[in-house]
Each structure stands twice: as C-alpha cells, then as structure tokens.
Design a protein around this ligand. Structure first.
Ligand code: FCB
Length: 432
C-alpha cells in the first residue's frame, strides 16, 4: 500500500448513543433516541441503547483496546443530554465530568481526543420545543458548545460540531426512519439550514474558548445518474445539491446551491456569514455512492433514488465501492479549489459478521488504496478514522449490523478483537 504522509492521524470513531449505555445514570436527560427506541415498531429488532456497549462504565477497558491497536486519535461524541439534560440552562456536573475523565484517560494513553459535540441525541425537551425545525435550537447548541469547549479545549485539539446533518434531516425529519421520526419530506429542509447555522455558531463559540482545530463530519456520496440522459443528469444534480452541496457550499463558500433555495426558510440569507465561519479541516464520512434517475410518471419529487448494482454488499446492504471515496475527494477539489481546508476521513467502515472478518480487512485495504490514489491526485488528507472501534447500536437497525474492529457480546459485554483489529494494528505499527 502507498505510504501516507508523516503525522497522518490514524484513528477509530464512535458515538455516544451507540456505545455508552447508562442512559438513566449520572443525571443524563432523555434524548430523542431514547424516546424513539421506546416507541413500538421504530427499531426493527425492538432493541434500545439502555446498555449498548456499556462504554460509560467500561471506557478504561476500551481505551486499553485502543492502546493495543496503536491509534493516534479517537473520535467520540459528547451526549448533549448528559451535559445539559434539557438542552439549555444548568450544566450537569457529573455528565461533563465523565467526558473530562475520558479525555484525561485518552491523553494519558497518548491518544488524541477528537470531539464531536452532537451525534443526533438531541435532548427531548428541545425537540418538544421544535427541535431542528426551530432556529432557537441553533442558539442553544452554540451555548452548549461553549460549555464543553471551555472545559475540554485545553486538552482537545480537534473539534467537530455536528455529525452528518444530512442524515438527521433526511432520515429523522424527512422520512421518519430515525429519531425524531418526522416524515415531512421536503418540509424537513429547514432542519438542514438550522443545523448548518448551529455548526457556524458553534465554530465561533469554540473559537472564543480557544479551540485549536475546528472542522466538520458530513456524510458524502458521489451521485451516480442511471444514464447520461439530460433528465437523469439533471435529477442527479438536484440530488447532489440536496445530499452533498447543501452542507459544504454554505460552510465553505457562504452560499447555497441554487436547487435548494426553494426549500429554505425565508430569512436564510441572514445566516450565511455565521455558517461560513472559517474551518481548519473538513471531515468526510464516506460509505457508498448513491444511484439516481429522473422521476418516473406521477413522482412529484425532483429525482428518484436507484440502488447501485454490480458490487458486493455488506450485511447492512451497502454496496462496497472503494473508488467512490477517491471520486468524491476529486469532486471536493474541483468544486472548492483553494477554499477547501485539509480533509480528515472522519468515518469509513462496514458491517460484516464474525471475528474472522476477512471482508472487513479487504474493505479497509481497498478504501485505503483509493485514499492513497486521491492523495496522489492532489487531495490533502490528514487522517482516517475507522467506523467503528466496537460493534454497537446501529440506530433503527438495532444491534444486527456489526461495524466494529472489536466484537461485542451483547449478553456478557465481552470485547473480542477481530482479525481486522490485528490487521489495522499491524498497519499502524508499520506507519509509526
Ligand atoms: C454513519 C453514522 C454512524 C454509523 C455509521 C454506520 O452515517 O454517522 O453513527 O451509524 O453511519
């Protein structure tokens, strides 16, 4: 495999709700995902994340695993309802203290903490007051960002305000498959704008408490039109605007792509300067390309989603397309030129079963080869984070898809490193 630049940050990624458990401990408030899990029929397997991987109690063991793995960085998220149980007002000292201890333990182990402030677990009280459809939530988020920043920025260099606002908007507010379970179709789009605003306000709030390096973690897919017909190409452009550029353009260029302006709140333009607060890095979560075609007869939407065919599938049904990562990084270079900050791949990974997971090894090998090609083509990528350290609660699919380098037995909570764990360890050993 191609060598990666000196100082390249190799890591693993997780999120609070998916691994912590202890949902009723330490003064934590209720999040939209607790509510969603408790609503019959929402989680395919009927499961919840009350225990999850019990990382809240076992974080020392998990850090020991990361030390054995030899990663330089660990991307995790802070649960807003642990820090501010109702999303505004008083701080829950025990909750903030948990992350303080986690950061200390990581620093002691020589692992750089990369903190995501929000990975979809909105405090329920804020959701009840309008959630991401309300401008107010963006201001509450900036206050929360300042609280966490003030406490941790002396030890945490890398900050990511929000994880994948596109997924929350699409699955949480447009289609109702994720919390908070609203099925508003295009009326969900203000949620994207207010999350963009929250991002920008949080960047400024973090700067004011001396956070050093601030970025993002957006989910991105190259869009593949079904054919080269004008209608399919136009549909793909529209989907690209909704799925990718609606997040990157305002952050990096201070404007929205033309196709999405019709979906935004009337006063969106007033927020563009705040959203475009300068970034130190841009985070890409890459899983798969998205197929697309012109809408068929009777379909009122501007595009139709199509499955990508002809590629192997993960157990989660995702096509494995390593070159999509190289392709998308090329699109970023072309679209943003000198406005593009250095990039981190903040998530990349796959669900496969078993501890002898040769498919995951192949997956990582092929994605890193594609990443190496992107570097050769001129992308400035500074780090790569595998999703995920541990098998965990995969949202509405429950515990069925297994994304970890480490297997978790959900009865005993025993952790067992998979073959891919040792493969990654050896790769990192060679990189040191
Ligand atoms: C990403 C999410 C992450 C995990 C992976 C598989 O979209 O950010 O929490 O669910 O997908």
């Amino acid at each position: 495999m191609r060598g990666f630049p000196d100082g390249f940050l190799w890591g693993v990624s997780t999120s609070a709700f998916q691994i912590e458990g202890a949902t009723r401990e330490g003064g934590r408030g209720v999040s939209v995902w607790d509510t969603f899990c408790a609503t019959p029929g929402k989680i395919h397997t009927g499961e919840n994340a009350d225990v999850a991987c019990d990382h809240y109690h076992r974080y020392a063991e998990d850090i020991a695993l990361m030390s054995e793995l030899g990663v330089g960085g660990y991307r995790f998220s802070v649960a807003w309802p642990r820090v501010q149980p109702s999303g505004s007002g008083p701080v829950n000292a025990e909750g903030l203290g948990f992350y303080d201890s986690l950061v200390d333990a990581l620093c002691e182990a020589g692992i750089r903490p990369v903190v995501t402030l929000y990975h979809w677990d909105t405090p329920q009280d804020l959701e009840d007051a309008g959630g991401w459809l309300s401008r107010d939530t963006a201001y509450r988020f900036a206050e929360y960002a300042a609280i966490v920043g003030e406490r941790l920025a002396d030890r945490v260099e890398h900050w990511i305000p929000l994880n994948e606002p596109v997924v929350e908007t699409l699955y949480g507010y447009a289609l109702g498959e994720y919390a908070p379970g609203k099925a508003l179709l295009f009326d969900a789009m203000p949620a994207a704008h207010f999350q963009n605003l929250a991002h920008g306000l949080a960047v400024s709030a973090l700067r004011s408490v001396n956070a050093k390096s601030i970025g993002s973690a957006n989910n991105h897919s190259p869009i593949w039109p079904a054919t080269q017909s004008a209608a399919d190409l136009e549909a793909a452009e529209h989907l690209g605007a909704v799925a990718n550029w609606m997040y990157t353009d305002p952050m990096l260029l201070g404007r929205y792509p033309e196709q999405v302006i019709q979906y935004l709140p009337d006063d969106f333009a007033d927020d563009l300067t705040a959203i475009a607060a300068p970034l130190d890095f841009y985070g890409v979560n890459y899983y798969e390309p998205q197929g697309c075609a012109a809408p068929g007869e009777g379909n009122p939407l501007p595009f139709e989603l199509r499955a990508i065919e002809g590629y192997p599938l993960t157990t989660n049904g995702s096509p494995v397309v390593p070159d999509g990562l190289r392709e998308f990084l090329g699109q970023l270079r072309t679209r943003y030129e000198d406005k593009l900050p250095p990039i981190y791949i903040t998530e990349s990974g796959c669900s496969f079963d078993g501890v002898h997971d040769k498919e995951r090894i192949q997956y990582l090998q092929d994605h890193l080869a594609a990443l190496g090609q992107a570097l050769d083509e001129g992308s400035d990528v500074r780090g790569y984070f595998v999703w995920s350290l541990l098998d965990n609660f995969e949202w509405s699919k429950g515990y069925q898809p297994r994304f970890g380098l480490v297997h978790v037995d959900y009865c005993t909570l025993a952790r067992t490193p998979k073959d891919s764990f040792y493969w990654y360890r050896d790769l990192l050993g060679g990189a040191r």
